[in-house]
Design a protein around this ligand. Structure first.
Ligand code: ADP
Ligand code: ZN
Length: 825
């Protein structure tokens, strides 16, 4: 194909390409003739940028450009389907609302990110028999590639690109793929080039129910193995031969017999790298009246095809998950797809297997335990419509679902829905935007809704649905407060009160389980010299070093710095060092001393470094392998175990005294969630140890009174114009020199137009120094302005940012903008 002379370029179409760099504007390129058909809205393309190549996403087709020098798109970046239009619009909205460059948002939305070179490889099709003759009409280059593929297969795409510096190489290969000559496959590191194909066995779908029933009746006595096998596959399951044999205990000859008789069928499938398959019995559930009412409200809204945001306010165990699955079924029956967002920590094997059970191969379960190759697989199964439900943490928001009909956000109050890094988006809020955009229902479920969400329901923006009772019955836990200010509140030399000791002993006697929570890891949060009072600090960060008993080291929890614990004070040489405060390791030691026969397992960042270790711990605990589960707030979120009848909180103060306006909300939620436990045989109990027993939050928890908690909190926030009565934007200024950071922060503060904005700060962040970088915060408060006014404010922030970064470029000052921050410190 000849290249066009420059004069002809005016006839070429233009494309706007978003690149993963801090630019809010896309870059304009020509679409070369060779790619005219393939480049679509949402396509990922490789383009020349500065002196190299970059991967970006096509986000528009401008009619003209003012630019003088316009370069050409080099190629498609991969053969993935283009991002659906909704996803593009969602990303654009995130870019605007959260003030984050569009290319960075798009990069976050794709499983491969924006690698300059996608990991693809090319191989000949096994069944291509046309030989060179079949390549007629293709160029010499193609013949050469063909010969190389015959010799050595498969070839990485990146290599081919280097050897054949031709435009549109990938689109040419894609055309050859269409003609059945070759195939383009993923080649993530560690994954095999060739997709693995395995035979799956399933019931012949042409057989009628009646036929099967008669057959089963007939066979039951004569050949129970055959009958068991058929019964196993009833309901549309398809499994590998191996699974079939281990699950049903039949031999391969039985399978062969049934295959020969046409009862079973076999097909080769690309192995989907998704292991969570469950074959348990499905219990038939009759929904309660309350569940029915909730289900019908959501289904009706779905049928009316309207935007309908619901707050499903229901205690744990009230049957919310059942409701979700039912309304999703309704949605799937109507031919649409569904998205379920849950906190990562909630994706336990139990939940996964409930969904898997209900939706079989239609569902994709996305959690952090899967490799990038698996992530990519599931992404493509969704993009191609092979799967129709996604359940996953925050980033499942970007699942490439076509024809989305319903969104569920479970535990909508969870802070993990907000991404801490750029883009600082809230998956819950984005999901609401998406539902509105698509005119579909969205269900936000929680037992302790975020104050913002409850406010929206009060205002009539969301419709409230309630499930106030537990399905299985069960009373609310009894709540005990231990006043640590009293003398001998603790058993001498430990972190455990006599009351907590007594309750744990009681559980051990009855074979029941206990969860103990202490939100600090390590042994002692700091060590202090008794002589001069000096405390060991991190060299790189403004925090104390935590003593870890495992290897007798002091460690920084922010930067990872560590050293052998000293025996004498670094400052005065004093030899009397005190280990202060209580970390999980210390509680573990206390428990071991007090209950030498109990099996305790500790779960915190230190014991869960491996990718799925915390699921393993939770699973082992659920299976009854331990008496006591001890940990940081990680355990608070996996609290749903019926055998647990006691929750002990070593100190409620760590959370309560955080100087953040959401500290009380977090404490209330933690304690209510803890108190939400109840045993099968008797109500659970909660023991909370605190130095602030008079704090009003404890009474609200005692009476499980969310409404009063909400009213109190709403009153306080209204007075201070905190969300939901106002809006916040946090600016975080950082750099290697504290004085420069402080200077830049006040410069920025002065530059921000004060109309409609109040500014708190600048002040050093709570973590004022992390990894040798200093941090200052500015908190911007506004009233509940219209989105337009807010957009104007954000635009002005961008200008301020530009000018500040320019001015302090030499000082390496950085500025992060966080819209609707959850952490204000
Ligand atoms: P939630 O999500 O609100 O915590 P779940 O949906 O997980 O509640 O329900 C809690 C337990 O009760 C689960 O074991 C579930 O199978 C069971 N369950 C839910 N609805 C019913 C029902 N109508 N009848 C019997 N059991 C139910
Ligand atoms: Zn540090």
């Amino acid at each position: 194909m000849p290249t066009l002379p420059p004069a002809e370029k005016s006839k070429l179409k233009l494309a706007d390409v978003a690149l993963p760099i801090p630019s809010f504007e896309p870059f304009t390129y020509y679409i070369p003739q060779e790619l005219a058909e393939q480049v679509k809205l949402g396509s990922r393309v490789t383009v020349p940028f500065m002196k190299g190549m970059k991967t970006g996403v096509v986000i528009g087709f401008p009619a003209s450009t003012e630019l003088e020098k316009v370069r050409e798109i080099a190629d498609l970046a991969d053969n993935d389907p283009p991002a659906p239009p909704n996803l593009l619009e969602l990303c654009k909205w995130i870019s605007d609302y959260y003030v984050c460059p569009i290319g960075e948002v798009l990069a976050a939305a794709h499983p491969a990110g924006m690698l300059a070179e996608s990991k693809k490889a090319v191989q000949l099709k096994d069944d291509y028999s046309g030989g060179i003759a079949g390549l007629e009409g293709y160029s010499q280059e193609v013949e050469e590639i063909f010969r190389r593929l015959k010799k050595c297969k498969p070839l990485p795409l990146s290599g081919l690109r280097k050897d054949y510096r031709r435009k549109g190489l990938l689109s040419l290969l894609m055309a050859m793929e269409k003609r059945g000559i070759l195939e383009i496959v993923d080649s993530f590191p560690g994954a095999k080039y060739r997709p693995q194909r395995i035979a799956y066995i399933y019931l012949n779908p042409e057989l009628t129910e009646d036929y099967l029933l008669t057959w089963l009746n007939d066979r039951q006595a004569k050949s129970p193995k055959q009958a068991a096998l058929v019964r196993f596959l009833q309901g549309g399951m398809s499994v590998t031969r191996k699974t079939l044999m281990t699950e049903t205990g039949v031999s391969s000859s039985v399978i062969k017999t049934l295959l020969d008789r046409g009862l079973l069928r076999e097909k080769y499938r690309e192995v989907i790298r998704d292991t969570a398959v469950d074959f348990g019995e499905e219990a038939r559930i009759v929904h309660t009246e309350q569940q029915k009412a909730v289900i019908s409200s959501v289904n009706q809204a779905f049928d009316r095809k309207e935007y309908a945001p619901f707050l499903l306010f229901g205690v744990t165990g009230s049957g919310k998950t059942e409701v979700y699955m039912e309304v999703i079924s309704h949605c799937l029956q109507a031919g649409k797809t569904a998205m379920v967002l849950v906190p990562e920590i909630a994706l336990t094997p139990q939940i996964a297997s409930r969904f898997r059970h209900r939706f079989g191969g239609q569902i994709v379960i996305q959690h952090s335990r899967i490799s990038r190759g698996e992530r990519y697989d599931s992404w493509r199964r969704l993009a191609t419509g092979r799967a129709r439900v996604v359940i996953g943490a925050r980033s499942a928001l970007f699942a490439p679902l076509q024809n989305l009909g319903l969104i569920i956000v479970d535990e909508e109050h969870e802070h993990s829905f907000k991404q801490v890094n750029r883009p600082h988006y809230s998956a819950r809020d984005c999901a609401v935007w998406l539902a509105k955009k698509l005119n579909i229902p969205i269900v936000l479920g929680s037992a302790t809704p975020a104050v913002e969400t409850y406010y929206n329901a009060q205002q009539g923006k969301y419709k409230m649905l309630e499930l106030p009772e537990r399905v299985a019955g069960g009373k609310f836990s009894e709540f005990h407060l231990v006043d640590l200010t009293e003398d001998s509140a603790l058993i001498s030399g430990t972190s455990i009160s006599p009351l907590l000791l007594e309750k744990i002993e009681d559980r051990l006697r009855h074979g029941e389980k206990t969860i103990i929570l202490q939100n600090r890891r390590g042994f002692s949060p700091f060590i202090k010299c008794k002589l001069c009072g000096a405390v060991e600090q991190c060299e790189n960060c403004s925090v104390t070093l935590t003593y870890h008993i495992t290897n007798r080291r002091l460690r920084c929890h922010l930067c990872g710095f560590q050293k052998i614990a000293p025996v004498i004070c670094g400052k005065c040489g004093g030899s009397d060092l005190k280990y202060c405060g209580v970390g999980t390791q210390r509680v573990e030691e206390d428990l071991a001393g007090l209950f030498p026969d109990a099996q305790t397992v500790r779960m915190d960042l230190d014991t869960t470094a491996a990718i799925d270790s915390h699921f393993k711990i939770l699973e082992a605990f659920a299976q009854g392998k331990y008496d006591i589960l001890l940990g940081t707030q990680m355990v608070a979120k996996g609290l749903d175990f019926p055998q647990v009848t006691l929750v002990g909180i070593i100190s409620a103060d760590t959370e309560l005294l955080r100087p953040d306006f959401r500290a009380e909300e977090r404490t209330f939620r933690l304690l209510v969630q803890a108190a939400g436990r109840s045993g099968r045989h008797r109500p659970g109990e909660v023991v909370v140890q605190t130095y602030n027993p008079k704090h009003p939050i404890f009474n609200l928890v005692r009476h499980n009174d969310y409404i009063s908690f909400y009213q109190k909190t709403a009153r306080e926030r209204q007075g201070l114009r905190y969300p939901p009565f106002g809006r916040l934007i946090k600016l975080s200024i950082s750099g290697p020199q504290e004085s420069k950071v402080a200077e830049a922060a006040s410069y920025i503060s002065q530059m921000i137009p004060r109309t409609e904005v109040r500014i708190l700060g600048p002040s050093p962040a709570l973590l004022a120094k992390v990894k040798r970088k200093y941090y200052y915060n500015l908190l911007l408060k506004t009233d509940l302005l219209t989105l337009q006014r807010l957009a104007a404010i954000k635009r002005s922030l961008l200008e301020v940012r530009e000018s500040a970064l320019q001015k302090y470029r030499g000082d390496k000052v950085g500025l992060e903008i966080d819209v609707d921050p959850l952490e204000t410190l």
